[in-house]
Design a protein around this ligand. Structure first.
Ligand code: AMP
Length: 403
C-alpha cells in the first residue's frame, strides 16, 4: 500500500510518499508560496536528484496537482501511475474535544473540522484546503486526518481545565488541548520499544523541543499533562513564543504601549522567546554559537530556556509521582548536546546521570545518553510525525477495506 502524507499550510504544502511494505519514503517535498507569484516546488525522490520548479500556483488544488505530476514524472517520478496511491493522510493541528483519535474523512468529519476553525484560525482552514484539494484531484482515494491534539485527549480534567469561570468552558470550549501529540505519541512508543518494556509500565517525560516546544507527562502510555494549552503559546519558552507568563501583562502592555490585540498577539507569538531575550535569533544553533563567542544576552536566553524546561520536568515528575524515562526529541532536543547536558545537570536530585560521551554522539537512531547507574533512562528519540500519520492512515484504510 502506498500512502501520501500531506501537511497543508496557508501558503505551503509539504508531502511524503510512503511504501507501507517497508515504511520507506519514496519521495518527499514541498510547495511554497502558493497563491503568490513564482511558487516553488521542491521534489526529492529517493535515489534520484532533487527537482525544483518555479511557476505560478494559485491555489491548493493546483499545488496537489503539481505534486501528483511530480510523482509520475518520467524523470523525477517514483510511481508509474497516480492510481498507485492508495490513501492520503493529513496532519491537522486542532481536533478539539471531538477527535480523540485519527479518523477517515467524510462529510461529517469535514463539517466538524470546519466548526473548529475558531480554535485554530491559522491552521485548520489551510488543512481543509488540503483535504478539498486532494478530493478534487483524487476523488476516489480515501483520506485520513491525524490530529496534533488527539493524543492529549486522555488528560484528566485537573490537567485540562483552567481555573477561570466554567461558563467559558461550556460556552466557548476554553480549556487546555495540548499540541505536538503525534510526536509525543510516536517518540514515547519508540522509547518503550527501545527499552523493551510495555509503555503502560513507564512514567515518561517527553520533551519535544524544536521551533515550537512542549513537554508532556505520559502515564500508562497516555498523555497525563502537557505544557501547551488552548493554543501553542502556553508552556515552555520557545524560539519566538513567550510560553508561560502572567496574563495580566497583556492588558498592562496593551495600555502602556498602545498596542492592539493583534499586535500583542503577534508580539507574544513571533517576537518573544529566545529571539527577544537574545536580541539575536530564535535558532538554537546561532544562540550556541554566540554564547561560545561570549555573547551575554545569548547566554541569558539559553539559561532561561533551560531553566524553564527543567521546571516543567520537575513538575511532571511530581504530577506522576516519579519518572522512569526522560526523552528529548525535535530539532533542538535531537541535536543540541549542550542543551541536554544543561537540563540534566540540574536533575541529579532525581537520580538523572548523563553519560557525557554518549550525549556528544550524533546519530539519527534512538539512543540512551544516561549512564549505567542513572536511575532515570535519558533517551534521544528522533521524531517522525509523518510516519505516524502514514501508519494511522494505513491502519484505518485497511480496516475500512476489510469492512
Ligand atoms: P524543528 O522545529 O523540530 O524543525 O527544530 C528546528 C530548530 O532546531 C532550529 O530552529 C534550531 O534551533 C534547532 N536545531 C537544529 N539543529 C541544531 C543543532 N545542531 N544544534 C542546536 N540546535 C539545532
Amino acid at each position: 500500500m502506498k500512502i501520501l502524507v500531506i501537511n497543508a499550510g496557508s501558503s505551503s504544502l509539504k508531502y511524503q510518499l510512503y511504501n507501507m511494505l517497508d515504511e520507506s519514503v519514496l519521495a518527499s517535498g514541498r510547495v511554497e508560496r502558493i497563491g503568490m507569484d513564482s511558487s516553488i516546488v521542491t521534489h526529492e525522490p529517493a535515489g534520484k536528484p532533487e527537482a525544483r520548479q518555479v511557476s505560478e500556483i494559485l491555489d491548493h488544488v493546483t499545488a496537489v496537482r503539481r505534486v501528483l505530476e511530480m510523482l509520475v514524472d518520467a524523470e523525477y517520478g517514483v510511481l508509474t501511475e497516480i492510481g498507485e496511491i492508495d490513501a492520503v493522510g493529513h496532519r491537522i493541528v486542532h481536533g478539539g474535544e471531538t477527535f480523540k483519535e485519527s479518523v477517515v474523512v467524510n462529510q461529517e468529519v469535514k463539517l466538524e473540522i470546519r466548526r473548529l476553525f475558531d480554535l485554530a484560525p491559522l491552521h485548520n482552514p489551510a488543512h481543509m484546503m488540503g483535504i478539498n484539494a486532494v478530493e478534487a484531484n483524487l476523488p476516489d482515494v480515501p483520506q485520513v486526518v491525524v490530529f496534533d491534539t488527539a493524543f492529549h485527549q486522555s488528560m484528566p480534567r485537573t490537567s485540562y481545565l483552567y481555573p477561570i469561570p466554567t461558563i467559558l468552558y461550556s460556552r466557548h470550549k476554553v480549556r487546555r488541548y495540548g499540541f505536538h501529540g503525534t510526536s509525543h505519541k510516536y517518540v514515547s512508543g519508540q522509547a518503550a520499544d527501545y527499552l523493551g518494556k510495555p509503555i503502560e509500565s513507564l512514567k515518561i517525560v517527553s520533551c519535544h523541543i524544536g521551533n515550537g516546544a512542549s513537554c508532556t507527562a505520559i502515564l500508562n502510555g497516555k498523555s497525563y499533562d502537557t505544557s501547551m494549552g488552548m493554543t501553542p503559546l502556553e508552556g515552555l519558552m520557545m524560539g519566538t513564543r513567550s510560553g508561560d507568563l502572567d496574563p495580566a501583562i497583556v492588558p498592562y502592555v496593551m495600555n502602556k504601549e498602545e498596542l492592539t490585540l493583534s499586535e500583542v498577539n503577534s508580539m507574544l507569538n513571533k517576537h518573544s522567546g529566545m529571539l527577544a531575550v537574545s536580541g539575536l535569533s530564535s535558532d538554537m544553533r546561532e544562540i550556541e554559537q554566540a554564547m561560545e563567542e561570549g555573547d551575554a544576552k545569548a547566554k541569558l536566553a539559553f539559561d532561561m530556556y533551560v531553566y524553564r524546561l527543567r521546571k516543567y520536568i520537575g513538575a511532571y515528575t511530581a504530577a506522576m509521582n516519579g519518572i522512569d524515562v526522560l526523552l528529548f526529541t525535535a530539532g533542538v532536543g535531537e541535536n543540541s548536546s549542550a542543551l541536554r547536558k544543561a537540563v540534566c545537570e540540574g536533575l541529579t536530585f532525581l537520580g538523572v546521570e548523563l553519560d557525557d560521551e554518549k550525549n556528544a554522539v550524533r546519530s539519527k537512531e534512538t539512543r540512551r545518553i544516561s549512564s549505567e547507574s542513572s536511575k532515570v533512562q535519558v533517551l534521544v528519540v528522533p521524531t517522525n510525525e509523518e510516519l505516524l500519520i502514514a501508519r494511522d492512515t494505513y491502519d484505518l484504510v485497511k480496516r475500512k477495506l476489510n469492512g
